[in-house]
Structure formats: C-alpha cells, structure tokens
Ligand binder design. Sequence first.
Ligand SMILES: [Zn+2]
Length: 326
Amino acid sequence: MTFLFGISPPESYNTLSKAWKTLGFGRMRHPISVRRGYWEQIGWGLGWVAALLAGLLIIGLRPVSPVLGEAAGVDDGDAASGPALSLAGADNDGTLREIDVPILMYHYVSDPPDDADIYRLDLSVAPHRFREQMQYLAEHGYQVVSLYDVDRALRWGAALPPRPVVLTFDDGYRDAFTEVFPVLEEFGYTATFFVITALLDQGHPDYLTWAMAGQMAQAGMSIESHTKEHPNLTARDGDFLYYQIQGSLESIEAHLGTRPRLFCFPGGRWDEAVLAMLRTLGVSAAVTTEGGMAQTTDASLLMRRVRISGSTDLATFGALLRWDWE
Ligand SMILES: [Zn+2]
C-alpha cells in the first residue's frame, strides 16, 4: 500500500536508515515491521498526514500570513481579520495590516544643466512631465493622501480613499519650491518633502530656504527629516545617529513649529541601530528606496516607494502606479 506522495513507510524508513548510517549513528532500529500488517501501515500513514498538517499549521501561523491575500481594504480601511499580533513596542492596535499604496519618489523636478551626468539626468523629472503626471493622477481617480494618513491606516485601520497615492520629494532642492509647489497647489495635492537641514541652515542656493519651507508647510505640505547632512547612516555609533537624526528633527521643529515624525534614509541605507534610534526619537514612519507599494504595519519604518525618474514617460508612469510590470 502506498501512502503520502507515493512513499510507503518501509521505503521512507530505508531512506532514513541510510541517512542515519551515513551520519555515523550505526544501524537504525526498524520502527515497524512490514509484516505487522495493514492496520499498522494505515496508522503510520495517518502519522505522516498529521505531521504534514502540523507543519502547515506552523507555517500558517507565521506573523505576516494573516494579512497576505486578504489585505486590509483600502476602501474602508478595515482591519484584516487576522489574530492580534505582537508588534513589539509599537503604537498600534495590535493588528498586522498590509495596504497597497504607491509612494512616489521624486528628486529634482527641473531641466538638468547642460553638464549634468547620468545620475543627475536620471534624478531629474522635466517640469512638463511632472505636470502631466499630476494630471494623470487626477484623471485616473487617484487620490493623493499624506504619509501620515498611510501610517494611521496601517496602525489603527484609519480609512483611506480608493486609489490612494503619496507624493514624496527627497533632498529639498530649490525646485521643490519653484516647480513642484505651484503645481501641487494648482491640483490641490499635498506632498512630503524630506530636507537635509544643514543645507537650509547654510542658505545653500540649490536648496530650499527655511522661509520657503515655512510657506510650503503653511499650505499643508509636510517638511520632514532626511538627516542634517545626508551621510551614510550604517555602522555608526549612537552619538552620530543622534546628532544627524535628532539634530534635523530639532531644526525643523525650531523653524516650522512642529516636530516631524517622518524620516527618509540617505541613499536608502539603514541598519538596526538606525531603526532603534528612529524609534527612540519618536519617528513614526520612514521611507526607503526599496521598490514596491505593499506597506505593512510591522514595517512602517521601512516603507517601499515607486521611483519616478527622468526617463519615466506617461505610459510607464501609469504602469508603475498599477505595479503591473512586477
Ligand atoms: Zn537623499
């Protein structure tokens, strides 16, 4: 009689026995005798099935599984009906959610200088293209929400509109004020700008000034932390991380009156010490350069983004939002 996957107990015993000997444990005692008959073989087979079910149960109980497949609805923001999970030390209702929200990542929105290298070209979206993209969102039913909205939806099940999308701009270039801000105002969108605070402190001509950032914040834009100096934060000691992260949070609060709770990793690089420092300093959500749009409650400090580059035409833009190239 053949049981599970065509392996009868005696055959599987032979395989086990060989492995046992190979490992140097000597001859393995035969657990059952083939001669013992039909009913014992049935029992042995049931044992296999029980072991398999137990294995599946263990896999099924891994923390991330309850939300997969049946993700929290973005329409009503309801919690996935999975068991309450231990989301250690986090400020949430204990439910692990996964919500698909494209968080678009922009850098420059301006025509690059003639001597621009390939990196600058790639990071620069032409102003007319940016406007087309914002128009596309309006025409295709996308609703621009803030990163704080997404964070609340993940933590507490707060409602998000259908087709939510988030706009983020890294580094705080001057064109965020001259090119991006007017278009956002025209469409009634808000966005998150991750600034490198030392450059604003210095009044660097290529970057936002505090006055510009203040005007944008007044209009509902989020001005958030991208550290003081944009260093690689990995393999650094606590003092360095504190200086770079807390320093930038304090600068923003001092100039704009509100302590930021969002963060963007310079160069997308992070390690456990960086995450621990963010938690200590009360940062609620952080974005990476990791591609994707699936955001989960237990990875609110490692949110994925959709990169929009200089070569992203409108067809590609639409496909990126639907993520149908994955
Ligand atoms: Zn950056």
